[in-house]
Design a protein around this ligand. Structure first.
Ligand code: FES
Length: 253
């Protein structure tokens, strides 16, 4: 609970002597940089594909002027990324860890424990637009579809002109598929799917085992959040550099 004495003193006021401000500051820098990069990538519409690699920002590929789309949508006037990015964006925006992180950093709600915040009352997430955070479980199911396509892209990244090979891009796409899987499988919603609505878990050993396994992953959910986010940027940037000829993809075929 927010320290009432700190709240009375005013916004940002606290008796804490540690560097409580560092975490919100780093979050603003990191998330701000990611949002700027992702927005640019979503609207550029080029260099997202170089055989056999597809940027994770454009997966699954729906239409577009590069690569082999899983669905050809000729009527769409914008880039194919905009057709799919709303899923991972919604998933992360409604993520429990994500909410805590950006509420603190951007809304100062509160900026940290026992630090004064601007808001006077608390209504939970019961009003628009925050009530939309309840859509998280649906974004979770949709994100599993995106993860499946990332695995498809990762496997495809090991096939060079019909032959098996390994390139730096193959490894980056494989790493991103793995990291995003860990992020999704450590979601609080999956804990509920595994162990929720059961009166006595000890009588459901399979669900209990699954719940314990997901809970173990969930302990590091914040870590998976950040490294899967970084992995997407690294993979996309690498594919762009190879596509523009700035970097030559090292590969063994
Ligand atoms: S709680 Fe973070 S992805 Fe579900």
């Amino acid at each position: 609970m927010q320290d009432t004495a700190a709240r009375r003193k005013g916004v940002g006021k606290t008796e804490r002597r540690d560097t409580w401000w560092l975490q919100p500051l780093l979050t603003v820098v990191a998330l701000g940089a990611f949002v700027a990069y992702a927005t640019w990538v979503a609207f550029t519409g080029d260099n997202y594909w170089v055989e056999p690699y597809l940027s994770p920002f454009y997966s699954p590929l729906l239409g577009g002027n590069l690569g082999e789309p899983v669905l050809k949508l000729r009527w769409w006037p914008f880039t194919p990324a905009i057709l799919v990015l709303w899923v991972p964006l919604g998933f992360r925006l409604t993520c429990y860890y994500g909410r805590r992180t950006y509420y603190r950093a951007f809304f100062w709600d509160p900026p940290a424990c026992a630090v004064g915040e601007p808001r006077k009352g608390y209504h939970g997430e019961s009003r628009f637009p925050f009530i939309l955070q309840n859509l998280h479980r649906y974004f979770f199911y949709l994100s599993l579809v995106v993860v499946a396509f990332l695995w498809y892209d990762a496997v495809r990244g090991f096939v060079f002109d019909g032959r098996f090979g390994v390139g730096v891009g193959s490894l980056l796409l494989l790493a991103e598929a793995l990291l995003l899987s860990m992020y999704s499988l450590s979601c609080h919603c999956l804990r509920h799917v595994a162990g929720g609505c059961v009166d006595c878990l000890s009588r459901r050993p399979a669900r209990y085992r699954l719940w314990r396994w997901v809970s173990a992953l969930n302990a590091n959910h914040g870590l998976w959040f950040w490294i899967s986010l970084s992995g997407a940027v690294v993979a996309d940037l690498y594919i762009r550099l190879v596509a523009t000829g700035a970097v030559i993809d090292l590969r063994i075929v």
